[in-house]
Ligand binder design. Sequence first.
Ligand SMILES: Nc1ncnc2c1ncn2[C@@H]1O[C@H](COP(=O)(O)OP(=O)(O)O)[C@@H](O)[C@H]1O
Ligand SMILES: [Mg+2]
Length: 160
Amino acid sequence: METGSQPRIELGILNEQELKSVAKKFSYCLSDGDVVILSGEIGSGKTTFVRGLVTGLGCSEHIVTSPTFTLMNVYSCLKTIYHIDAYRLNNLEEIFYVLEGEIEEKDGIFIIEWGELVKEFFLEDFVTIFFEHIDESHRKLSITADQTRVELIRRCMNVG
Ligand SMILES: Nc1ncnc2c1ncn2[C@@H]1O[C@H](COP(=O)(O)OP(=O)(O)O)[C@@H](O)[C@H]1O
Ligand SMILES: [Mg+2]
């Protein structure tokens, strides 16, 4: 299904456990240098998604904390994960100044909560995951990216 100009993968309405398993599955589709933007209101499950994601890369979900106050957490899993929260806009330029090298060297995966605020910092393409609050225990997720990447993720996750 397509919305606007970008193809979209609908992941459906998920409870917390399902959301974490989807995130774990998604982690298998990531390569070093990938930038993933997590977009959704507070409490919509962005950090929870990262918990599921790191388990797919051999880490315990308990290492994940919200980077709201630290701005960036680094997890050394099978791949290095840079978990960034762009909500606090001060220091943002500094973060990107620091990370530019890593991004260019493709040294790790970049997961950015509230990343829609910083899209323009990235020249290369990125994947966006949208989180929608449905009710207390359910969130609706969808993924957008360019056509090639969406096809790749569809095949990798085996979803429509
Ligand atoms: N289906 C669900 N998916 C993700 N989180 C859920 C779900 N249902 C309830 N929750 C709860 O909602 C909260 C989501 O918080 P968090 O992942 O930190 O959101 P964000 O990072 O978007 O602010 C957690 O307390 C989690 O336990
Ligand atoms: Mg969060």
